[in-house]
Ligand binder design. Sequence first.
Ligand SMILES: [Zn+2]
Length: 121
Amino acid sequence: MTPAPDRPETIEVRISETSVCPRCAIPVLLSARYPHAWSNRAGERVDGHKETALCGSCDMSDPAARPLLAALLCADGRPVAPRLDEAFAGLVLDWLAIVRDRTPNRADLDAEEARWRAGDL
Ligand SMILES: [Zn+2]
């Protein structure tokens, strides 16, 4: 959801001391924490925060991540320290504009649950 129009949005971006990827367990290249709101069962707005991580392995095939990955990885795939300038901030904002409201694919979740229940995970 979008922030309330009367509040500026603060986005906390981390490129060091990041958490591990929840998908593959390697340290993520970047994480972004930002305001997030949703409606509860009563229809009331609930304000909180959401965090999205960029993984140098899992997100390689995501077109939305490619420009940001190019700024964070050298040609052989090793992480590099990015120039923390307006161009880099723009890459982060462009990436977040696409990925922040993605929801999990229900069919993928159901398939993963079935594999977990079958003992395959
Ligand atoms: Zn990963």
